[in-house]
Design a protein around this ligand. Structure first.
Ligand SMILES: Cc1ncc(COP(=O)(O)O)c(C=O)c1O
Length: 398
C-alpha cells in the first residue's frame, strides 16, 4: 500500500466526507501490490476467470463499435439486452419476467451499490453472512446502516443456518444480503435455506438482496437455487448478476438487477445519477453471450471442477489448514487453528514462499484465522504453490 493510498483512506482532511472512513484499506489490493514487488510469485489470489472471453462475444463488441454503437443506450439498458435477459431468465427459472423487471448496470458492482445505498439509512439493519464479499458492509455503513453479521464456519462448509438468519430479523431489519455461490467460500445455499429465508423475509416485509454473479459456476451437476426460483413474487427481492464471471467479461463491465417493476423504476432514476448507462458496445457483447453457444461455460466448469478437486486434496494434506469441498465459484476458504492471525500468515507466506493468498479478515470479522485460496489459475500453478506451502506450513509452530 503506497503512502498516497493510506492518506486517502485515513486522512482527517476535512474535505472528505467522513463516510469514506467506512471503506477499509482493501486487503486484496494490499497483498497484490506487495506481490508486485516480489519475483516468482504464484497467485492464488485471483478474483476473475483466467480464460479470455469467447471469441463471438468479443467480436460482437468490436462489430458494435464498428457499426457506430458508441452513444448512450436507453437508461434501463439496451432494449435488445433487456429482451434477451428477460427471455433467458424466464426460461431458466420458469418464471415470466419482463424487460421492465431489469436494469442494466456497470457490472454487478453498480447494481449492488444501487441496491445497498438506496436502502441503507441511519439505524436500519442489514443481515449479512460473515465472511462475505467485501463490498456489502462498507456500502451499508457509508449511509449509516448497521451490519448484523451471521458467522459461518469451515467445519460446516460455511453453510448459513436459515433459522439463525430468521432469528436475527427484528423491527429495524431492512434487508438480508445473500451471495450464493459465495465469494470467499464457494458455498452454495441449498433450496431449503434460500426458500426459508425468502419466505420469512417476505412475510416480515424485509428485502432479500441476492448477489448471484457466480450462478453458472456450480459444480457436480448441482441444481442452482436462485432467489428468483424461490420467491412467490418479486416484491421483496433484488437479484444481481453480471457477465463478469460466466463469460469472463469482468473488464467489459456489464451487470444487471432484477426486481419488481416499481423497484426498477425507482433505481433507474438513481442509476441516471450514478453512471447514466452501461457501456454500449459491451451490452451488444452481452446479447451475443446470451444467444450464443454454451460450450465456453461448459468447458470452464470441467476445468474448474478438476482444479477444485485437486485443491481440496492439497488443502487436506496441508498441516494446520481445515478445508471442505466448495460447491461453486472458484474459491476455498480454509481455516487455520483458532486464534491464529491469517493476516500475519498470508503476509509471511507471501514473503517466504512467494505464494499470494488473501487473509480472511478482508471478508469479515469472524474469520481472521482463514485464508482465501482462489483456483482461478492453472492446475500446474496450484501444484507448484502447494509444493511451497506444505513444507512451509510443516515448519510453523501454531
Ligand atoms: C460476489 C461478487 N459480487 C460482485 C462482484 C463484482 O462483479 P462485477 O465485475 O460484475 O462488478 C464480484 C467480483 O469479484 C464478486 O465476487
Amino acid at each position: 500500500m503506497s503512502k498516497a493510498d493510506l492518506d486517502f483512506y485515513e486522512s482527517e482532511d476535512p474535505i472528505w466526507n467522513p463516510a469514506l472512513l467506512t471503506i477499509p484499506v482493501p486487503g486484496i489490493r494490499r497483498m497484490v501490490n506487495l506481490a508486485a514487488d516480489l519475483e516468482d510469485v504464484i497467485h492464488l489470489s485471483i478474483g476473475q476467470p483466467d480464460m479470455s472471453a469467447p471469441k463471438h462475444v468479443v467480436d460482437a463488441a468490436v462489430e458494435a463499435l464498428q457499426a457506430g454503437q458508441t452513444g448512450y443506450t436507453m437508461d434501463a439498458g439496451l432494449p435488445e439486452l433487456l429482451d434477451a435477459l428477460a427471455e433467458y431468465y424466464s426460461q431458466r427459472y420458469q418464471r415470466p419476467l419482463s424487460p421492465e423487471n431489469i436494469l442494466i448496470t456497470t457490472g454487478a458492482t453498480e447494481a449492488i451499490y444501487l441496491a445497498l445505498t438506496a436502502t441503507s439509512a441511519p439505524g436500519r439493519e442489514f443481515i449479512v453472512p460473515d465472511p462475505s464479499f467485501m463490498l456489502y458492509a462498507p456500502l451499508i455503513r457509508m449511509n449509516g446502516g448497521i451490519v448484523k453479521s451471521i458467522p459461518t464456519r469451515a467445519e460446516n462448509n460455511h453453510q448459513l443456518d436459515p433459522q439463525e438468519v430468521i432469528d436475527a430479523i427484528d423491527m429495524n431489519t431492512y434487508a438480508i444480503v445473500l451471495n450464493s455461490p459465495s465469494n470467499p467460500t464457494g458455498t452454495i445455499y441449498p433450496r431449503e435455506t434460500v426458500e426459508a429465508i425468502v419466505k420469512e423475509a417476505a412475510y416480515r416485509g424485509v428485502y432479500v438482496i441476492s448477489d448471484e454473479v457466480y450462478d453458472h459456476l456450480v459444480y457436480d451437476g448441482r441444481e442452482y437455487p436462485s432467489v428468483l426460483s424461490c420467491c412467490s413474487d418479486l416484491d421483496h427481492v433484488m437479484v444481481v448478476s453480471s457477465f463478469s464471471k460466466t463469460f469472463s467479461m469482468a473488464g467489459m463491465r456489464i451487470g444487471w438487477m432484477i426486481a419488481s417493476q416499481g423497484a426498477i423504476r425507482k433505481l433507474r432514476r438513481y442509476h441516471m445519477f450514478t453512471t447514466t448507462v452501461a457501456n454500449t458496445p459491451c451490452q451488444w457483447a452481452g446479447v451475443a453471450a446470451l444467444k450464443g453457444p454454451r460450450d465456453f461455460v461448459d468447458g470452464m466448469l470441467v476445468e474448474y471442477t478438476r482444479r477444485r478437486d485437486r485443491l481440496v486434496e492439497l488443502v487436506n494434506e496441508t498441516p494446520h489448514l481445515t478445508g471442505y469441498t466448495p460447491e461453486g465459484a472458484f474459491y476455498l476458504f480454509p481455516s487455520l487453528p483458532e486464534g491464529i492471525d491469517g493476516d500475519n500468515v498470508a503476509l509471511r507466506m507471501l514473503k517466504e514462499t512467494r505464494v499470494c493468498t488473501i487473509a480472511g479478515n478482508t471478508f469479515g470479522d469472524s474469520c481472521s484465522n482463514a485464508l482465501r485460496i482462489s483456483y482461478s489459475t492453472s492446475l500446474d500453478n496450484i501444484e507448484r504453490a502447494f509444493e511451497r506451502i506444505i513444507p512451509w506450513m510443516k515448519k510453523q509452530d501454531f
